[in-house]
Design a protein around this ligand. Structure first.
Ligand code: DAK
Length: 259
């Protein structure tokens, strides 16, 4: 998979997407969004890929959507031209495999929103998060007003969105915006360690659990519980369920095949 603004590497079932516009702090222009959407689609259907890590490298995650590109846009251009970002984020969010954001430095605006489309966020202790769009006279348009309150609650999300203030990694951990904080040089290794753990589990069960959680947020509790029950029942038709329970009874580690 070759792109101009992204590097994509696949190693032992784990794909790493690295945003690659270092001169502009990985500002996300329409080419990045288009390429991300394509990469997400490809990785989604590639059976050899069991987990995805998205990173901006060891200095910065991303300083947001490309303001120099947006400054020229009118309302109609935004309605059509920025659509790929929505598609890219939704493809990552709904990918039937785990997506982990590995974050060094700034994750601002669309960069922060990109991390919100991941399942899990691992941050460097030097990371900074924020949705500073309000300072540009706009609102977070890449899912920030929707995904952030669902993750950390409306009150804290409103404070961040209304003020445009940045928070550090420690505060991000405290409010539940990130899952784990580690030293900067360990972010990728930690993300990989977590990805390896996820990959060692039953892939069908993991993907259905992800679907239950994602879809469940669109449902009321009663329907969500029913949906969960259907997915749970379905897993009893898989080899992984047979293997997982048999391994427990036989006091050995399961050998899941993702079937
Ligand atoms: N866009 C374009 N270029 C950027 C950029 C950005 N977001 N951020 C940084 N750069 C460029 C700078 O212009 C500079 O380039 P040169 O001028 O040297 O050519 C280079 O990167 C280095 O930046 P600085 O010189 O500013 O570096 P500093 O270390 O001094 O400051 C900073 C780092 C991150 C604090 C600062 O660069 C900054 O405040 N950047 C802007 C952060 C920001 O406001 N981000 C939010 C952007 S709005 C949507 C989807 C998504 C979005 C909207 C709609 N739809 C689906 C509709 C998202 C919107 C946004 O993200």
């Amino acid at each position: 998979m070759t792109f101009e603004t992204l590097l994509v590497e696949i190693e032992e079932g784990i794909a790493t997407i690295t945003l690659n516009r270092p001169d502009v702090l990985n500002a996300l222009n329409s080419q990045v969004f288009n390429e991300l959407a394509e990469a997400a689609e490809n990785l989604s259907v590639d059976d050899s890929v069991r987990a995805v890590i998205i990173t901006g490298g060891d200095k910065i995650f991303a300083a947001g959507a490309d303001i120099k590109e947006m400054v020229l846009l009118g309302a109609v251009d935004v309605a059509t031209g920025l659509r790929p970002s929505k598609i890219a984020f939704e493809r990552l969010e709904n990918m039937p495999k785990p997506v982990i954001a590995a974050i060094n430095g700034y994750a601002l605006g669309g960069g922060c929103e990109l991390t919100l489309a991941a399942d899990v966020r691992i941050a460097a202790d030097n990371a900074q998060f924020g949705l500073p769009e309000i300072k540009l006279g706009i609102l977070p348009g890449g899912g920030g007003t929707q995904r952030l309150p669902r993750l950390i609650g409306a009150g804290k999300a409103k404070e961040l969105i209304f003020s445009g203030d940045l928070i550090n990694a420690e505060e991000a951990l405290r409010v539940g915006l990130v899952n784990k904080v580690v030293p900067p040089d360990q972010v990728l290794a930690e993300a990989r360690k977590m990805a390896e753990k996820f990959v060692s589990r039953g892939a069908v069960a993991l993907s259905l659990a992800k679907t239950c959680i994602n879809e469940g947020q669109r449902m009321d509790l009663e329907i969500g519980l029913e949906y969960e029950h259907k997915c749970f029942s379905l897993l009893f038709a898989t080899e992984d369920q047979k293997e997982g329970m048999k391994a427990f009874v036989e006091k050995r580690k399961p050998n899941f095949q993702g079937k």
